[in-house]
Design a protein around this ligand. Structure first.
Ligand code: BG6
Length: 498
């Protein structure tokens, strides 16, 4: 944090545009509740929800109360009351520059130094909101603006949004959220890699055969059909969340945790990603869309049924193989896949180490490679597979076993949601977990190589039944397959038994 921005910890003004939206109720307000409960936010902080509906603060507080109770199990009444008292409501439409009196009054009464504008609205209105903030004199030197993804639908539109916002806020004031970076287990990737000498020594093309990143979701698009149909899985998940995971798993050690040091290293990875061409696009990427299927709970609708359309070319599944063209990773395939309506919700990174160079054992049975599986959600676990001798006579018989570290066995407390950390980081002025403009640009540049060739080659969607793993095998090299942690395998076994 620079000195200019130094301020009392935990005291800030927060203005949420889109203050009655899904994100505000599901993530932002619950995050404020928990940080209040932990005493990290002082009660002199003030929150203003701004939205398109004309209603009073009292009316809004009633809605907020019921939303908090539906999103937080056993919310504590004194904390809920505190949150309600600190929150006011104002009506505002960016396009017509129409804001209620309560909006201006709220700013007139403001004495807190740090002012955060959270734009939980579509990116198409970011420019107008910022312009109005500027015209109304709301932007101070210690103001910060939080931008929610998706920032545009391609490189051009994302640059346009960034240009618009940059007219009113400097890069040091802009916080681009990718909520994956705020997840506890994603941050643990930094500790796993850079606080453990044994892993970092073998974290390279000499020792690692391939890396797999899976973010699988069991839900469909639900009520977000209109939005999703314009984006699809590549823009919604790969361009941001999966690429950020890829960066953290593959970047060079930053010199310190200072924001730009970390972001510089991530940027180098993004710039080293091999773009796709008309040959590799067909061989190394696959897109899919779910059709009707079933689960134990019953029938699952198709994507088209969910979005209520007869046809759509939007992908709900992507798998691809990419390479990072640098000294550390030259030649190592990175397999990425994500999809909706898959059998379970889970995110895992699998590091497949190389086989031993020579098998000295008389049995000559396959020696399975070491494998580190980092399970990011829903439970946090690490598994390290190794070969073990089966005790007893009969020579050297061996079998793979895993060392398993289950976070829940060691850390009993609730893990804070990503938004809790990210909001507090904005209030503190720490940009480490936010994307810098050049990172966003580099990730769009690479993503565009896919979008362009998908379009030119008219890449079809492979249909997959809802509740199945999708067409990811198409891009797997011979002898490789998508691997899951033992944990997923066990869940699946149980399901099959029932
Ligand atoms: C969002 C995507 O960014 O991330 C959603 O827009 C997706 O489509 C969500 O469902 C997944 O987040 P999480 O934290 O549930 O893995």
């Amino acid at each position: 944090m620079n000195k200019e921005n130094a301020t009392e910890e935990g005291v800030f003004d927060l203005v949420i545009f889109g203050g009655d939206g899904d994100l505000a109720f599901r993530k932002i307000f619950p995050a404020l509740y928990y940080r209040l409960e932990d005493g990290q936010i002082k009660n002199t902080s003030r929150f203003l929800a701004v939205s398109l509906k004309e209603r009073t603060t009292e009316e809004f507080r009633k809605i907020l109360l019921s939303e908090i109770n539906s999103h937080i199990k056993e919310a504590k009444q004194p904390i809920v009351d505190q949150l309600l008292n600190m929150t006011e409501y104002a009506f505002g439409i960016a396009k017509t520059t129409s804001y209620s009196d309560s909006y201006n009054l709220w700013f007139t009464n403001s004495t807190n130094e740090v002012r955060v504008f959270y734009l939980a609205t579509p990116a198409t209105v970011f420019g107008e909101i910022c312009k109005n903030l500027n015209e109304q004199g709301n932007i101070t030197k210690t103001s910060r603006v939080v931008l929610e993804k998706p920032l545009g639908t391609d490189l051009k539109s994302s640059e346009e949004v960034n240009n618009q916002v940059a007219q009113y806020f400097s890069e040091e004031q802009i916080y681009r959220i990718d909520h994956y970076l705020g997840k506890e287990t994603v941050q643990n990737l930094m500790v796993l890699r850079f606080a453990n000498n044994i892993f970092e020594r073998s974290w390279n093309a000499q020792e690692i055969d391939n890396v797999q990143i899976t973010v699988s979701e069991s839900l469909g698009v639900g009520k977000r059909g209109d939005f999703y149909d314009k984006y699809g899985a590549l823009r919604d998940m790969v361009q941001n969340h999966l690429l950020q995971l890829l960066c953290l798993i593959s970047m060079e050690p930053p010199v310190t945790l200072e924001a730009d040091q970390v972001r510089d290293e991530k940027l180098k990875v993004l710039r080293a990603l091999r773009p796709f061409d008309k040959k590799s696009i067909k061989k190394d990427t696959v897109r899919g869309q779910y059709t009707r299927g079933s689960s134990k709970e019953g029938q699952l609708p198709s994507y088209l049924e969910e979005i209520d359309k007869y046809e759509s070319n939007t992908e709900t599944f992507v798998a691809l193989k990419t390479y990072i063209e640098n000294w550390r990773w030259g030649g190592v395939p990175f397999y990425l896949r994500t999809g909706k309506r898959m059998p379970h919700r889970y995110s895992e990174i699998v590091i497949n180490f190389k086989q031993v160079p020579h098998n000295i054992f008389p049995e000559k049975k396959n020696i399975e490679n070491n494998r580190l599986t980092i399970r990011l959600q829903p439970e946090e676990r690490i598994e390290l597979r190794q070969m073990v001798k089966i005790p007893g006579p009969g020579g050297y018989r061996y079998k793979p076993f895993s060392l398993e570290l289950d976070y829940a066995d060691h850390f009993e407390n609730r893990f804070p949601d990503a938004y809790e950390r990210l909001l507090m980081d904005v209030a503190r002025g720490n940009q480490t977990l936010f994307m810098r403009r050049d990172e966003v640009k580099a990730s769009w540049e690479w993503t565009e190589s896919i979008l362009k060739h998908w379009k030119n080659q008219k890449m079809p969607n492979h249909l997959y039944e809802a509740g199945t793993w999708g067409p990811g095998d198409f891009i797997m090299d011979e002898g490789n397959s998508w691997v899951k942690s033992q944990h997923v395998a066990k869940i699946q076994e149980k399901k099959n038994e029932n």
